[in-house]
Design a protein around this ligand. Structure first.
Ligand SMILES: NCc1[nH]cc(CCC(=O)O)c1CC(=O)O
Length: 306
């Protein structure tokens, strides 16, 4: 069996594609990596929330799957919209990297408790900084990881708030100043896991072989719960929501919530369920968040982003 892997061309995306290639190789499957540029890679001057999160990093890869130019596409699970276009599905989730966010900087004495300028373009991180550390100043910064770090080095900001997974994979661990607390900076849906997307036309024996080689069942239960939460909120990575599930004692334990863009309102909830109830758990927590005022927060955000 030979599998062509479609991926974006950034270093982090390539790391992810090679990670999947290695898992497939261990299962005796040969691979080839096909890189392509997406709309999201080309537009660097606008925040993702404004472009409209749906599909800007995925459309070109999906076209390749549909046209038979590749068998699978590889993405960070976090970057995948909660609802895929008709005919596409996520068939595997890798065992996760540590899921937390980190503060990175080259300067001494930098912490969330000091009056620093923090570069981020994530609505979740921005809103959580405003909520927990209102003395920090937030500077928008986009581009791939290497570009963001270069912008910080050029003086745009004192520090960056990023996912540990990306920092570790790109070998910037030496810049880490702090690991942020999970009960404040609760990770967004999908952070730390790499996922495989296919088009429904893919022969079932290829699908099954990829799933067997790549999927981590416990991670999948957690990710299915998280993604159900996001789906119910009708959001992608552009809304300031968080959803983090862990597998503990044969059950999914999940923390989730939503924060207003100004950081003033923060809604949290949590719950647990069996693996087979992943979707119901995600939907239930989302319903709780919506009913506790999340509905209003989302409406305000939609008006803001128009
Ligand atoms: N939104 C960009 C993005 N997409 C995936 C990662 C790396 C972490 C991961 O794969 O979960 C990052 C960088 C970041 O948020 O710091």
């Amino acid at each position: 069996m030979h599998i062509r892997i479609a991926t974006r061309g950034s270093k982090l995306a390539l790391w992810q594609a090679h990670h999947i290639a290695a898992l497939l190789k261990d299962a005796g499957i040969s691979t080839e990596i096909v890189t392509m540029e997406t709309t999201g890679d080309k537009i660097l001057d606008v925040t993702i929330a404004k472009i409209g999160s749906k599909g800007v990093f995925t459309e070109e890869l999906e076209a390749a799957l549909k046209n038979g130019k590749a068998e699978i596409a590889v993405h960070s699970a976090k970057d995948m919209p909660s609802e895929l276009p008709a005919g596409f599905e996520l068939i595997a989730f890798t065992r996760r990297e540590k899921e937390n966010d980190v503060l990175i900087s080259e300067k001494d004495g930098v912490s969330m408790n000091s009056e620093i300028t923090v570069g981020t373009s994530s609505t979740r991180r921005t809103a959580l900084i405003k909520h927990y550390y209102p003395h920090c100043r937030i500077i928008p910064v986009r581009g791939n990881l290497q570009t963001r770090i270069r912008k910080m080095q050029e003086g745009l900001c004192d520090a960056l708030l990023l996912a540990y997974a990306g920092i570790h994979r790109m070998e910037y661990d030496h810049l880490i100043k702090a690991h942020l607390a999970m009960d404040q900076f609760t990770p967004p849906v999908g952070q730390g896991s790499v996922t495989v997307e296919i088009h429904e036309g893919l022969p079932v024996e290829i699908k099954n072989a990829v799933r067997a080689a790549v999927n981590d069942t416990q991670t999948e239960y957690c990710l299915r719960a998280e993604r159900a939460f996001l789906k119910k909120l009708e959001g992608g990575c552009s809304i300031p929501s968080f959803g983090y599930a862990r597998w503990i004692n044969e059950e999914i334990h999940m923390d989730a919530g939503l924060v207003s863009l100004d950081g003033k309102q923060l809604i949290r909830t949590s719950g647990k369920a069996a693996g087979a109830e992943a979707h119901q758990l995600g939907f239930r927590l989302a319903t709780e968040v919506l009913e506790a005022g999340g509905d209003k927060i989302l409406k305000d955000i939609k008006t803001n982003q128009l």
